[in-house]
Design a protein around this ligand. Structure first.
Ligand code: NAD
Ligand code: SER
Length: 317
């Protein structure tokens, strides 16, 4: 491989699984994991401690490994960013500029940067939310993602930067824990059900949100990055959809396997965030442009989580 791949924010929920998938595809030594904190799992390839806000350190690592592609995952998520808006804005925006500028200077060739369903707001149509629609996000996280999308498109148009992006829904996987989002209950619910504990959910029972099983998210991420350049017609960010469900619906699904599982509801500040987001997403552009399609519906997602987490749980500390 001529140039190597750097994943920034690799110790987080997505990075943990993305690094594993990229190493399987490109070879362990060709994928450099990096984060401001140590990884959650044992590494099969290089790992570097990196603060993405430190441009000098970033360039050193890029040069050391001859990096040509960057997956930028470091960010503050929706709930955490609301608690520290100034730092959420600083991290989410300046991390992106630091990476976009490497491509503008032709030091690297290609960037993946994730956006989110949080770019939409209370004035957006909530059902089957179109690719192009009203976007008035009300969280600092959503504002940073919307601004990030505009900057990605700008760098593509003005500086020919090959940056690719998708708007992830809430992601659910068993190999890593979520990092402070509004959709985190949908991972916690499986842990609680298997530990025979009840869940006090911070969203109300009928709060429907777009969600996705992690394998589908990884498939979309690698899919858009491996697609031919001309097929990527949207350089802001693509809508992608998996499944939509409410806490009540996923509880019913889990109860098919664990009938005693119990959930109670105590909505907090995250309810207002969830209420401002879409309930379902129209992802036709991603399907048409780069052949995106998800593999997991609610039943498959729930069964896969329960089966795999059951094996993983005894190893939890
Ligand atoms: P996460 O919080 O689990 O992981 C983020 C990682 O970034 C953490 O390991 C953290 O230590 C690291 N990090 C924080 N500050 C850093 C810094 N200064 N330098 C280097 N690393 C730093 O988040 P995630 O769920 O894996 O999300 C990754 C990306 O995907 C984010 O941009 C997020 O907005 C986006 N996204 C995630 C979801 C989801 O449901 N997980 C949904 C939509 C979008
Ligand atoms: N899952 C993410 C969050 O809740 C969506 O971007 O913040």
């Amino acid at each position: 491989m001529a140039g190597k791949v750097l994943v920034i924010g690799s110790s987080g929920q997505i990075g943990t699984e993305l690094v594993e998938a990229l190493r399987a595809l490109k070879g362990n030594e060709n994928v450099i994991a990096s984060d401001i904190r140590e990884p959650q799992i044992e590494q099969t390839g290089p790992f570097e401690i990196l603060d993405i806000l430190n441009k000098v350190q970033l360039l050193e690592i890029v040069e050391k490994y001859n990096i040509k592609e960057i997956y930028l995952l470091a960010a503050l998520l929706s709930a955490t960013a609301e608690k520290n808006p100034a730092f959420g804005w600083d991290l989410n925006m300046n991390s992106l500029f630091n990476v976009l500028d490497l491509a503008k200077e032709k030091i690297i060739d290609k960037i993946f940067w994730p956006s989110s369903i949080a770019v939409f707001g209370p004035t957006t149509p909530q059902q089957n939310t179109p690719q192009y629609t009203i976007m008035e996000p009300t969280t600092v996280y959503g504002i940073s993602k919307q601004a990030g999308e505009r900057w990605c498109e700008y760098y593509f148009n003005k500086y020919d930067v090959d940056v690719r992006s998708i708007r992830y829904p809430g992601l659910i996987g068993y190999k890593s824990l979520p990092g402070g989002g509004t959709t985190d209950y949908a991972v916690d619910i499986f842990h609680k059900a298997l530990k025979k504990e009840s869940l006090e959910c911070f969203l109300s029972e009928d709060t429907t949100l777009p969600m996705m099983y992690m394998s589908d998210a990884i498939k979309a991420t690698i899919g858009i990055m491996e697609a031919n350049g001309p097929s990527i017609k949207i350089r802001s960010s693509y809508n992608i959809a998996g499944v939509s469900f409410s806490p009540k619906e996923i509880t019913h699904e889990i109860q098919k396997s664990i009938p005693d599982f119990n959930i109670t509801y105590k909505p907090d500040y995250r309810q207002e965030i969830a209420d401002s987001w879409p309930q379902s997403i129209d992802d036709n552009h991603a399907k048409l442009d780069w052949n995106w399609s998800p593999d997991y519906d609610l039943t498959k997602l729930s069964n896969t989580m329960l089966e795999n987490l059951k094996l993983a749980l005894p190893q939890e500390k």
